[in-house]
Write a protein that binds this ligand. Structure first.
Ligand SMILES: Nc1ncnc2c1ncn2[C@@H]1O[C@H](COP(=O)(O)OP(=O)(O)OP(=O)(O)O)[C@@H](O)[C@H]1O
Length: 779
């Protein structure tokens, strides 16, 4: 995966309706609609929530009774100069105040715990979704955008449930009840106070639209900021190593400046609406005060009624004034809900697969209706094409046929066109029931431009049960992409992959996980112990599996040397370990569960040649019992395989043994030699690679380099090594304390092994490695 392909979903910030972007989410129509989507999460606590809201409404309305007590007090005991009555009125007011405070306290108590639960449930749902979403989703989304959704946005939503959601309801009811009181007390003065309602509503709706845009922008910018922080922390070695702290700081400053600008805009909008919702009611109250005073002076209104009227109006000030920031908070919550559901609405791998299966079933149904077909290929290819010569390339592919079904006429005798490496002895009847079969596989990354060719095309390949197939190709030819299809990190855009006769898309996630194990070139370790990292490779793995896996990966020595052995925390992403050590732990994880299918993406690239030879020797035993696809850049890794498939520009252009390909395929020979491709050059001088002697490899010294404890030099000198002879499984003792897998007495290991004649051994593995690294940096 290229890092450049990984971008945050872009939001059209000029669009007040919200995102219309890579996430494919329809634009936001209204804050209410966005917020209504939260109901399923709130439903489990609805009883408590509505009880709390009811309690808050009662508490708020108690506040409206206070003006009535004041009216009674002024028109009664105060006018009559009755001190006892005044004390009584004071007592009533105190009781009402206490009741109001207690009820608000109860409301808080009622909702605090359930709403924390709602937030936790939402966070859990998001996490589950993120874990289940396909890799293609993660390619598109910057991690900071996901992090900010899981933290800031959910926090905003919890605050919304706790405060604005309740108080929009409470304040709304309070304002309505208060207005009724005002109109009942004195309808003409009440109308004066209601005059600002219309302009207020207009201003609020303008504010809501503008604030929604600013809020969305701020929350997306915070996501970008989180991404930069995360990348700086995770990539601290690169930042320091290349002295990039200034440019990182600049990028960070730029983003913080943008966030600040957006927050200031939000503050300005908030200030203006706050100003309006404060000023208009104040003007109305002042007008009512003047009119009321005139009426009291004229004897048309009692002083008590005016006091009660004005007290009610003042009691309504807070509910009205709070509308501004309640709307602001609700807006932020609606944006947070949109951002949250953008992730939740993404289709998981299973849902995508279900869709694909349904589409395929529909297509097959249509094809069946159109007439019987011979092969079983989903693309309708016909079978019966003869065996393809070993090194023929793409030209033959156009005619490549799918395996016929077992019951089809001639099924037992038709050689498989992808399977024909030099006198293939395993073209047995019904072989398609086993092994790994790629059938007309095509893959295109979702962000590949439509006019660009797909990353993988017409991939037809059969890896027989128990066979190890090396996958070789120039950098960027699609090797990693092809290996990623088997554990279903991506699904082919055409064709199918069959494991032991079962279409990959019909297997459940658990089945795929049990059948297939992977080790990638970039090993990821989790913040857990070394043992836990390895045992993640399967369910119910025991100590014995751990030891065996560590032995295969030649990781026993260094794991034992860790402060707490296998129980040592290997730290975030295993950063406390060297690259080679991490790679070996990742390899151990891949083999721990004895998977039926093993996918290794250049899993030994970070190892020094001594360790690599030891790992390879031990790996042979594992490979003998699994069906494996191994991405290889070096002859030493290729020699682990029974056969090699050459991937060129996204197509399998040749399949054969290493020696056959070296002899017959110039591109392969060039790749293995690490020389520039001069396969088309007629003046190309003959190289050692041109005349291989497959059996001569037995002459090459085996990886018996002696003390395996010295095997932890992950980037040590390059010596020739390896036992390519598949007939010799190599070591029988994989204990780290045992001598090397081959002749322990042999001491002539080293670069000056003049006697070796194997062409692969003569190629310089370092060359291959160097060219790969260059390729990577270019990529
Ligand atoms: N997530 C992605 N989105 C879009 N294009 C991608 C993605 N990952 C890889 N590619 C492109 O697909 C092509 C094949 O990449 P891939 O990583 O499979 O090559 P590779 O043969 O494994 O290369 P290498 O040997 O350098 O690891 C490249 O052109 C690459 O840029």
């Amino acid at each position: 995966m290229t890092e450049t392909a990984r971008t945050a979903p872009q939001t059209d910030l000029t669009d007040p309706t919200g995102p219309t972007d890579l996430t494919g989410v329809p634009p936001r129509h209204s804050a209410v609609r966005s917020l209504l989507r939260l109901w399923p999460f709130l439903r489990p606590v609805r009883a408590r929530f509505f009880t709390a809201a009811f309690v808050a409404v009662v508490a708020s309305c108690i506040g409206l009774v206070i003006p009535l007590v004041l009216k009674w007090l002024v028109d009664g005991p105060v006018t009559a100069r009755d001190p006892g009555g005044v004390w009584l009125g004071g007592g009533y007011l105190l009781l009402l105040g206490i009741a109001e405070a207690v009820l608000f306290g109860i409301r808080r108590w009622l909702v605090a715990r359930p709403l924390a639960g709602v937030e936790a449930a939402m966070r859990e749902a998001l996490y589950r979704r993120v874990q289940r979403l396909p890799v293609a989703f993660h390619d598109r989304w910057a991690s900071g955008q996901l992090l900010s959704r899981a933290t800031t946005d959910l926090q905003l939503l919890r605050m919304f449930f706790t405060f604005p959601l309740t108080f929009l309801l409470v304040n709304g009811v309070t304002v309505l009840v208060g207005c009724a009181f005002l109109l009942v007390q004195h309808w003409s003065l009440g109308l004066v106070l209601l005059v600002p309602v219309l302009p207020l509503m207009v201003m609020c709706s303008v504010f809501e639209a503008k604030y929604a845009v600013a809020t969305r922008r701020a929350q997306d910018q915070l996501g970008d900021l989180t991404t930069v922080v995360e990348e700086s922390v995770l990539g601290i070695r690169i930042v320091k190593g290349f002295g990039r702290h200034r440019s990182q700081a600049r990028a960070f400053r730029k983003l913080t400046h943008e966030v600040r600008t957006t927050e200031l805009r939000k503050a300005r909008l908030l200030a203006s609406i706050w100003c309006v919702v404060t000023l208009l009611p104040e003007i109305a109250i002042a007008a009512a005060l003047v009119l009321g005073t005139v009426q009291v002076a004229d004897g048309e209104l009692s002083a008590g009624t005016l006091v009660a009227f004005l007290s009610t109006a003042l009691a309504l000030r807070w509910p009205v004034e709070s509308i501004g920031f309640l709307l602001a908070m609700s807006n932020e919550a609606a944006t947070a809900a949109d951002r949250y559901f953008e992730v939740l609405d993404e289709r998981t791998a299973e849902e995508t697969a279900e869709g694909a299966v349904a589409e395929r079933a529909a297509a097959e149904g249509a094809a069946g209706a159109a007439g019987p077909s011979r092969g079983g290929a989903p693309d309708g290819r016909t079978d019966g094409v003869g065996a393809r010569p070993v090194t023929t390339g793409g030209a033959a592919h156009g005619a490549a046929a799918a395996d016929p079904p077992d019951d089809a006429p001639g099924a037992d005798s038709t050689p498989h066109p992808y399977d024909n490496a030099g006198g293939d002895a395993d073209d047995s009847p019904g072989r398609d029931r086993g092994g790994m079969l790629f059938e007309g596989v095509e893959f295109r990354y979702p962000d590949t431009p439509p006019d660009a060719p797909p990353t993988l095309r017409s991939i037809d390949l059969h890896i027989r049960p128990g066979e190890t197939m090396a996958l070789v190709g120039a950098t960027g030819s699609g090797k990693t992409t092809l290996t990623a299809l088997v554990p279903r990190l991506y699904d082919p855009t055409a064709g199918r992959i069959v494991l032991d006769g079962r279409d990959l898309t019909t297997l459940t996630r658990d089945e795929v996980r049990t059948l297939v194990a992977v080790a990638f070139e970039e090993p990821t370790l989790f913040s857990a112990t070394a043992a836990e990292n390895v045992l993640m490779g399967g369910d119910d793995l025991q100590e014995a599996d751990l030891l065996r896996a560590l032995a295969v990966a030649q990781a026993e020595g260094f794991v034992r040397a860790l402060p707490e052995g296998a129980d040592t925390q290997v730290g975030e992403q295993g950063m406390s370990l060297s690259g080679g050590q991490r790679q070996r732990l990742a390899l151990a994880r891949a083999v721990a569960g004895r998977p039926r299918f093993l996918i290794l993406d250049d899993p030994l690239s970070a190892l020094d040649v001594h360790t690599e030879a030891l790992v390879e020797a031990a790996l042979r035993q594992v490979l003998a019992t699994t069906t494996a696809l191994v991405v290889a850049h070096r002859p030493s890794t290729v020699l682990l395989a029974d056969r090699v498939a050459l991937l060129s520009d996204g197509r399998i252009t040749a399949v054969g043994t290493h020696h056959e390909l070296l002899r017959d395929n110039p591109e392969y020979a060039t790749l293995m030699s690490g020389e520039p491709d001069r396969s088309d050059d007629p003046e190309r001088p003959a190289t050692d690679l041109d005349g291989p002697r497959p059996d001569a490899r037995s002459d090459a010294h085996s990886p018996g380099h002696g003390d395996p404890d010295h095997s932890d030099h992950d980037h040590g000198d390059h010596h020739d090594h390896g036992d390519p002879d598949r007939g010799d499984p190599g070591p029988t003792d994989i204990s780290p304390t045992a001598p090397g897998p081959a002749d322990p007495g042999r001491t002539d290991a080293g670069p000056a092994d003049a006697g070796r004649t194997d062409p692969a051994a003569r190629t310089d593995p370092d060359h291959c490695r160097t060219s790969r690294r260059e390729g990577e940096s270019v990529r």
